[in-house]
Design a protein around this ligand. Structure first.
Ligand code: ADP
Length: 491
């Protein structure tokens, strides 16, 4: 029997992307299609989305969706079945999906994403004939009120099972209690079994309390988040629901990320023609103003934030040059970190190149031309750039946490001797630990054959969606078969 799943998210590649969430939401429909699961994805109608898609079939009109007018439009784009919530008062504005042009959170983000969730719950309740899903899959805090509206809304859709995926617990959607009255939920939803969170409203907390099942994007992160350091206030809730929490590692879209057919590369290559990376390497040198010389080119493709350990890495730039390395940085984020990387490039012209901004094509070229990618994250639910690095022979150097722990085999003596190592891992994000990993990588790089084996092993690892798609589809089917057990009694 074909299962119909509604996926609800705030971004999806290729329409709108700020990070890994978009890649996953964009790839999931194809990942589960082989298992007879048909997914429709509900997204906000940001200007970039509406302009790209144009006018679709209007399948529902709201006079008053949490205080604004809106319409729901249906589209087919690439391989995606889409529902776009066109609500100009909420989404039609300059700026990013979450931030205004000054880089501040939109003040009404709570309403923008509560409306998205309300709409998803309405679909689960059958508001549009023929579009009632068998299951709803919500992603992150922006969609996390969906199962809450399904349980408490009118009419309730609590018999439809729901999955909440945690892509990053650092973003929780916490708001003061006074927004509660505008959410259109009954009074009893402001409780420990609903949205109440430390006296205010917690979107992610509400989703954790009400979803039928919870997934995170790697098994190690699923374990880590029971600990206060990683749980960030939600560890109690996660521990209470541990029987419903599972880790499913993200796959990557192997059609979009394929060094043998990548239009953003100067020269395409495969594991058998690795020498062709040279042309891409030269292009990276040109793009980042790096001198041609021996020694590895390290790269960073990242949000420049504390989570990503960029404060520690930027302090190591002088040491990295002393080791004989060069560095190409592509990213944006904290203004202090952006300035610190720029200053490092200024101190070391020709050795460090920095591009502040977001550039999808350049990220492909870096993966195809740099020698190693550095990912010193303090926590990393899954991480995608190490998976792209593996596939492109850009050897990952990573902190041993979350998905970074689950997806690499360290180049220690055992890993090298067995010929299975794929990268470098280190414990704890400190000056010392990161430095030692960079040193280890630089020394290994000089052993051309060993480095080649690292690249080859990484490129042969299978991080396609095949296995993860199967696991999601099995979870969906199990939940639908169980007919949505209610996780906790309504208060
Ligand atoms: P997160 O979602 O926490 O930012 P991930 O590693 O899961 O981290 O995903 C990041 C995604 O965003 C990857 O697809 C990566 O290539 C991309 N990315 C990050 N920064 C940039 C940038 N400055 N330019 C282009 N792509 C970027």
């Amino acid at each position: 029997m074909t299962l119909h799943v509604l996926s609800v998210a705030s971004e999806a590649y290729p329409l709108i992307k700020t990070g890994g969430l978009a890649d996953v939401v964009g790839a999931l429909p194809m990942a589960i299609a082989p298992y007879d699961v048909r997914m429709t994805t509900l997204l906000p109608g940001y200007p970039a989305v509406v302009q790209r898609l144009g006018m679709g079939d209007v399948v529902h009109t709201y006079q008053d969706l949490l205080g604004v007018g809106a319409r729901l439009m249906r589209h087919r784009f690439d391989d995606l079945d889409l529902l776009i919530l066109d609500a100009p008062n909420l989404y039609d504005r300059n700026g990013g999906p979450y931030l205004d042009p000054a880089g501040e959170d939109w003040a009404d983000n709570w309403r923008r994403f509560a409306a998205l969730s309300r709409c998803a719950a309405d679909l689960a309740g059958g508001v549009v004939d023929g579009l009632r899903p068998d299951l709803v899959h919500a992603h992150d805090w922006q969609a996390a009120l969906t199962p809450t509206y399904m349980r408490y809304g009118t009419p309730p859709a609590a018999r439809t099972p729901s999955v909440l995926t945690l892509h990053n617990l650092a973003f929780q959607g916490r708001y003061p209690a006074d927004i509660f009255q505008s959410l259109g939920l009954p009074a009893d939803a402001f409780s420990i079994n609903g949205v109440e969170y430390f006296g205010g409203v917690g979107f992610l907390k509400a989703g954790l309390a009400t979803a039928s099942a919870i997934t995170t994007v790697s098994p190690t992160y699923a374990e880590e988040i029971r600990d206060p350091v990683y749980g960030m206030g939600l560890e109690g809730m996660i521990t209470a629901r541990r029987d419903q929490v599972i880790g499913i590692i993200n796959g990557i879209d192997t059609a979009v990320w394929d060094p043998a057919h990548d239009a953003d590369l100067i020269d395409t290559y495969s594991v058998k023609t690795l020498a062709k990376r040279k042309a891409n390497r030269r292009a990276v040198e040109d793009a980042f103003g790096l001198e041609k010389m021996k020694g590895p080119i390290f790269c960073v493709i990242s949000r420049l934030t504390w989570q990503k350990g960029m404060d520690v890495l930027v302090e190591l730039m002088d040491a990295l040059i002393d080791l004989g390395g060069r560095m190409a940085v592509l990213g944006s984020g904290d203004s202090g970190l952006e300035a610190a990387f720029r200053a490092a490039a200024h101190r070391h012209p020709g050795r460090i190149g920095v591009k502040i901004g977001y550039d999808e094509a350049l990220s492909h070229l870096l993966q195809g031309g740099a020698d190693a990618i550095v990912i010193p994250s303090r926590f990393e639910p899954c991480g995608l750039t190490q998976l792209y690095g593996l596939r492109y022979g850009c050897v990952p150097i990573v902190a041993r946490t979350g998905g970074l722990a689950d997806t690499l085999i360290d180049a220690n003596e055992a890993g090298l001797a067995a010929g299975v190592a794929t990268g470098f891992q280190f414990d704890g994000v400190t000056h010392d630990s990161v430095y030692r990993a960079l040193k280890r990588a630089t020394e290994t790089y000089r052993q051309t054959k060993v480095w080649r084996t690292l690249q080859t092993c990484g490129m042969q690892a299978d991080f396609s969606w095949r296995r993860s798609g199967l696991r999601y589809s099995e979870l969906y089917r199990a939940l639908v078969t169980m007919a949505a057990p209610d996780p906790s009694p309504r208060a």
